[in-house]
Write a protein that binds this ligand. Structure first.
Ligand SMILES: NC(=O)c1ccc[n+]([C@@H]2O[C@H](COP(=O)([O-])OP(=O)(O)OC[C@H]3O[C@@H](n4cnc5c(N)ncnc54)[C@H](O)[C@@H]3O)[C@@H](O)[C@H]2O)c1
Length: 348
């Protein structure tokens, strides 16, 4: 049986990946999260709890889901080069991880990225330990999520709105990424390239734009706006002018694209994942309020952090080289979020 590892497996992307791997394979999945942001699997996993092997919680009738609440940096030390200590301690029997998905990171929304940049910079420590470990352990395949925040901010201003292409990040000719978050993601991409080239590890990097979905935390704008629309906020508050735009992409599309990319990219190359479309926050508010059946006045909150003005991607490289394109329209995806938030808010 193959064994996969998911770090940050209780966060937004991680838990969606854990569920998908469990439902689409017969493989064993070990997922790690310190629950600093993520929520305990009992709150989101359909598979039933079975037993504990020491600190590991085992889920699913076939006992293929193994959860460990721990700082991933500690786990990386315990795993060591060959996972022998880890296997002995937890009475497991795998030799090598097949796929490793590294979602453990300090992310937060705009408030954290701008408000506590040195805390976010701890991602550099997590990623450095991570790449060191994979250079030794050499799993079959590795997924490193970078971010659209790695792109130079001067290409994302009101005057200079461009569809960001993969080649807009050029290690020989660099622009400035978005705060410590963007710097750490950019460094992570660089480490991925080096690890693939010098240590022969298969690595795929992705730059998701604004991923959203039904079970995203309310600290993110899409579910937060949906909740306020469900409660019919009036006037409707928006951070900044609301004309700043992002490339919103549904989590199911993100996971689909990861699957295709990991089949085809092994040298640490980073790809965009987005719709290739700029949507501003006023448009999102309008859509959710339409679902809620009202049309409020918009109130701008100009003292709130808003980040760059326009961040969206060019999907030509991915379309051409991977033959992939997103399937879930903004309207359909946002409807799914609205319905999920409505159910949660009105039934609680
Ligand atoms: N969601 C998006 O649209 C998006 C966009 C671009 C990039 N990404 C990247 O994808 C990854 C996952 O993002 P997300 O949206 O799921 O974020 P998230 O905050 O929901 O998930 C991160 C998870 O990592 C956990 N974590 C943090 N530090 C840890 C540590 N030291 N040890 C163990 N667990 C730890 C948190 O508890 C959380 O559950 C991140 O690397 C992020 O930069 C996400």
């Amino acid at each position: 049986m193959k064994t996969h590892l998911v770090s940050g497996g209780c966060g937004f992307v991680g838990k969606n990946m854990v569920r998908r791997l469990y439902n689409s394979t017969n493989d064993r999945i070990i997922f790690i999260d310190d629950l600093s942001v993520g929520t305990h699997p009992k709150t989101w996993l359909d598979a039933p709890y079975q037993k504990n092997i020491k600190e590991i919680e085992v889920y699913g009738n076939d006992e293929r889901l193994l959860f460990l609440k721990e700082d991933f940096r500690n786990v990386l030390h315990w795993l060591g080069e060959d996972a022998e200590w880890f296997n002995n301690h937890f009475e497991l029997d795998f030799e090598k991880f097949h796929d490793v998905y590294h979602f453990a990171a300090i992310v937060g929304g705009r408030a954290k990225i701008d408000g506590d940049p040195i805390m976010v910079a701890l991602d550099l420590a997590i990623d450095a330990e991570f790449f060191y470990w994979i250079s030794r352990h050499k799993p079959e395949r590795v997924l490193y999520p970078s971010s659209s925040a790695a792109y130079p901010v001067n290409l994302q201003t009101e005057e200079n709105q461009v569809q960001l292409k993969e080649s807009d990040i050029d290690f020989n000719n660099m622009g400035q990424p978005d705060m410590t978050y963007g710097w750490s993601k950019l460094t992570g991409e660089f480490l991925a390239k080096i690890t693939a080239k010098h240590y022969g590890v298969n690595i795929t990097c992705i730059r998701p734009f604004s991923g959203y979905g039904e079970d995203q935390d309310y600290s993110y704008p899409v579910p937060a706006i949906a909740r306020r629309a469900v409660h019919r906020e009036e006037p409707f508050e928006v951070w900044g002018t609301g004309y700043q735009g992002r490339d919103f992409v549904h989590i199911d599309d993100v996971l689909d694209c990861i699957h295709v990319a990991m089949e085809k990219i092994h040298d640490g190359t980073a790809i965009n994942i987005g719709m290739g479309r700029l949507t501003n926050f006023r448009e999102i508010i309008k859509l959710f309020c339409e679902f809620a059946g009202y049309s409020p006045e918009i109130k701008q909150l100009l003292d709130k952090p808003v980040g760059v003005h326009s961040r969206y991607c060019n999907m030509d490289w991915v379309n051409k080289n991977l033959g992939w394109e997103p399937k879930i329209s903004i309207r359909e995806g946002m409807r799914r979020v609205y319905d999920a938030v409505y159910k949660k808010e009105i039934n609680q």
